[in-house]
Design a protein around this ligand. Sequence first.
Ligand SMILES: [Zn+2]
Length: 482
Amino acid sequence: MPNFEAVIGLEVHAQMNTKSKMFCGCDNDAFGKPPNTTVCPICMGHPGTLPAPNKEAINKAAKASIAIGCEIQEDNHFDRKHYFYPDLPPGFQISQYDFPLSKAGEVKFNVVDDSGNKVGDQRICKITRLHMENDAGKLTHRGDKTLCDYNRAGTPLMEIVTEPDLRSAEEAVAFAQELRRILIAVNSSEADMFKGMMRFDASISIREKGAKELTPRSEIKNLNSFKSLEKALNYEFKRLCKLYEKEGKHLKNDITVGWVDDEEQTKMLRDKETAMDYRYFPEPDIPPLHFTKEDIKKLKYEIPALPSELKTKYEEMGLEDFEVRMLIDQPYSRSVFDAVYEKTDDIKRSRSIVLTQLAGIVKAEGDNFKKPDLDFIVEQLTELIADSRITKNQEKEFLSDIVIDGMTVKEIVESKGVRDVDESEIEELVNKAIKANPQAIESFKAGKEQALGAVVGWVMKESKGEADPAKVNDILKEKIDN
Ligand SMILES: [Zn+2]
């Protein structure tokens, strides 16, 4: 049996998180609103209405373009793409065809395992283009009836088309996840998969490893989760391999299939359309877009730190892969961590308090948990780290009082109290410690600085962790010196 490899390209649709729709003033946030309530004659495609492009959407798409390394085309324009479907009332979609907003970028990504650790080398997927268009409405099939909701019609979309640079379903998913992080980082899309804000069409061909010639392509439509992207590509890869073994070079033309989630298989939809079928022509109601070099420079200036840059920064700080990923994926944790570390300059404690303990609480509280105000939490965590009277055991309890009940460290200390082991008590323990650890004391006197750690540890243990280690250290040194 020949050894096949997959050749995969993606078309990614991402809804932009603008206030209004792509070509009208309708509310762009239709989530949870009754059907057909965020519509107007423009997005319903009534004759005689005029679309007006949304500047916010154009800016967001331009920023996304820059973030994926694409070059913005100084001159680009909208086209009409004609097809009939009940969710598309005008009978055409306003899209961009031969002069898209941007071209020729690339995204670097890593495949990672379930624990977030990198597998294999960094990969690169080239981006062919990014163009803007409007979304269609939504159809819901109930028995032999179909319900139409036009709230989504006219939502601003970015379509990002890749080169066929992906070699497995795993790679396709890893790339799509990295792309999602980038779109969120530049605030171009919320890319919430549950709300269908990011969807994929995947095209896959196979070839014998090392060969150039490809089999005809299958295009898999409308994949709306990473899971279905992965499953559909694996399914179609196996199907194409089997088919190739049976029919060899006599495989039929490119086809379009749909992924049926419940049945976990693809189903033939139709032969692939060509551009000719869509009768593209320049949209006569919208003037061409023009970007000056100055416009592009300004947009570039507004791009925040991208996931790849954050990755380098946190890796250089010595964080683990899973911590790096958490900081990239969770802007709230990132802001807290950055600020607490900046204020305390204590990487060890910042990591344990923010990335382990705080993250644990937030995760346990679930999606509906209202995260505390950033300034408040940073101030309290900084104080928690600075107050050496608070023991490790208390820390956890204090943290949950802060995060869940909104209490300040001062309030908690007042209400619960911290056992401040007084100096005479520490002195007594230190005296005992010196007697109990003669060898460590000798080593310290002989110049072995770290030998003192064992003695301090002895005192900490005796005081059940409640003594202030800095104080213990000071008193101990004083005693030895005398
Ligand atoms: Zn409208």
